[in-house]
Design a protein around this ligand. Structure first.
Ligand SMILES: [Zn+2]
Length: 92
């Protein structure tokens, strides 16, 4: 097997929000500065991308999760991974 070398660090999805919850798409990799593509859900142009790179509005993805809670758990749309924080930040 050959491993493709990517200059970008891998863009891994984190948790899938609960139905009705909000996605955390703060990472700039969710935003395509160059092209609008039709959203996979509402077909209106969007610069937003899911972790898999598919165009989708964040709000559309959130409603899709609410409407398809079972399928949503497969991870089609997920929040960003939370950066690991030091647990002993306020260690005296
Ligand atoms: Zn949409």
């Amino acid at each position: 097997m050959t491993r493709k070398r990517d200059k970008k660090p891998s863009f891994e999805p984190g948790c899938v929000p609960a139905p009705g919850g909000l996605l955390d798409w703060r990472d700039s990799q969710h935003y395509d500065h160059w092209q609008m593509h039709p959203c996979a859900l509402c077909e209106q142009p969007t610069p937003l991308r899911s972790h898999a790179g598919g165009p989708a509005h964040k709000a559309c993805a959130e409603s899709w999760i609410a409407a398809n809670p079972t399928e949503a758990r497969l991870g089609r749309f997920a929040s960003d991974t939370q950066p690991k924080r030091r647990r002993d930040d306020n260690h005296a």
